[in-house]
Design a protein around this ligand. Structure first.
Ligand SMILES: [Cu+2]
Length: 307
């Protein structure tokens, strides 16, 4: 499950002692390099650059922190596994299907995947300005071809992330996050990243995030859900948790994935959910927090500044 046990242990040593023992983050496994020289990294032109320029020092640059750079999902291959797709472009303004396979070390499509949070494949799409987030559970054909049914996309450069765990072969049990970019033709209007904020509203709910995350360190993060000023206590399990939290870094869309440490107990989640946040680099991260009530999924988004 925790492919990053070694570097996590290293980071844990850096973290405040009190938070270390309860570390429960899945920082999804991922690409072989965080460098912008990787294939498919064509998003940089439209992405805002201010935060990444400010994001110093990058933990990925520090001696002995080499695996930190692996934790960002920006590469299309890692440890012999490769995300391949015939789709380098998708149409704007209408639903489309993104087809992909995971090629194993033998070059053949992988068809055996372990369940993680009730699914064999978690798929995320986000535009380079971190708008348009989609979280999808694609279906796999017998030959190992997956199709992610995407809602309409706005023009621009998009990054498609596949998060999975092989259940056989050399990568058995290892968590991977691999990604590729897709161009959606048309006039791309880049949306500035909203300023960092403690709370945001979605579907009548107010989601507040408290905590002071530091790059590369496990830090507690508390999410509180209220409605009309009252605590919400009827969160339903979604993918075996009360909240699914995905984060992307401003500037390069590096990926991180966090889970609450709060135990699931029927449809009684909330109002407070505890996370262990471990975001590998400083700067602004766009958080997408998904939770469910009354059978309906809600997606809250806010910007979190990581010092
Ligand atoms: Cu998922």
């Amino acid at each position: 499950m925790f492919a990053f046990s070694r570097p996590t242990a290293r980071r844990r040593a850096l973290a405040a002692a009190g938070t270390a023992a309860a570390l429960a983050l899945t920082l999804a496994a991922c690409g072989s390099s965080g460098d912008s020289s990787m294939p498919g990294m064509d998003h940089g032109t439209k992405a805002p650059t201010s935060a990444s320029a400010q994001a110093t020092p990058s933990m990925g640059d520090m001696p002995g922190m080499d695996h930190m750079a692996d934790g960002n999902g920006l590469a299309d291959a890692k440890d012999g596994y490769r995300l391949t797709s015939p789709d380098t472009s998708l149409p704007a303004g209408k639903p489309s299907g993104y087809r992909f396979t995971i090629a194993g070390p033998d070059g053949k499509p992988v068809t055996g995947f372990a369940l993680d949070q009730t699914k064999q494949m978690h798929f995320y799409a986000v535009r380079s300005d971190l708008t348009g987030f989609q979280h999808i559970h694609p279906a796999m054909a017998a030959d190992g071809t997956w199709t992610a049914d995407l809602a309409e996309l706005q023009p621009g450069s998009w990054r498609m992330f596949a998060s999975f765990t092989p259940d056989g072969g050399s990568g058995k049990g290892e968590d991977f996050v691999l990604s590729r970019t897709v161009t959606v033709p048309g006039t791309a209007a880049s949306t500035p990243l909203p300023a960092a904020a403690e709370s945001t509203d979605v579907d009548g709910y107010t989601v507040t995030v408290q905590g002071k995350p530091m790059a590369g360190m496990a830090q507690p993060l508390t999410v509180t859900v209220t409605k009309d000023g009252k605590p919400v206590t009827d969160l339903q399990p979604y993918l075996d948790t009360y909240a699914h939290l995905t984060a992307f870094h401003e500037g390069n869309a590096a990926f991180a994935h966090l889970h609450p440490t709060t135990k699931v107990n029927g449809d009684h989640g909330g109002p407070e959910l505890s996370f262990h946040a471990e975001l590998p680099t400083a700067g602004n991260w766009r958080l997408f927090l998904q939770f469910q009530t009354g059978g309906k999924l809600h997606t809250a988004a806010l910007t979190l500044n990581v010092g």
